[in-house]
Design a protein around this ligand. Sequence first.
Ligand code: URA
Length: 222
Amino acid sequence: MIDSFQHVGSLDELATMAAICERCDLCETRTNVVFASGAHDADVMVVGEGPGQQEDEQGIPFVGRSGQLLISLLAEVGFERDDVYIANVVKCRPPRNRDPRQDEIDACKPYLRRQIELVDPTVVVTLGNFSSKLLLGTTTGITRLRGQAYEWWGRHLVPTFHPAAALRGGQRVKDDIRHDVGLVRALVDGRIQADSEPEAQTLRSPDTATDEQLGLFGTSQP
Ligand code: URA
């Protein structure tokens, strides 16, 4: 199986390829491939876990309840839905919203990698454990990871809770996401640097897995 889409020159071309993708079993149960939404040159890219039922039906990420919460929290700091590029770790809905399996994540990884390269955002926001652990190459959970910005492949990465956790966990989780989205705003505005503010410290080698990071992005990642 091809492990790099480095040769694919545009997001439209990549989306066309994803629309007929059969790299994992999720292609058998999906209604639509949920590739992404938003500006192709966005400063901020949000990475969720995988489509739910409504996303699968509409082919658009984060249109269900957790999506509405995400969009309202982003709007509080002045990001409109279409200003932000929104994608997921897996592009097809896992049946009954189960967690994506490692083989599915691995099969879908080249799409996400190329999306990040082509959008070239200043800040990547990872929502929840799957995207945060995958991109930071760590086994550390989101509760410990969140609350700060990381320097990451020449950009900033801000991990935060998945909005579905806020729907379950209430005000405190929502306030934590609000704090983290505030960091994103400050990074985009150039008011803080990932490595210079006490609130936003750098984690150059999160726990372990530099190799995993390299596995995801290869050595040519800017
Ligand atoms: N949850 C996700 O992680 N992604 C979506 O697109 C919708 C819900």
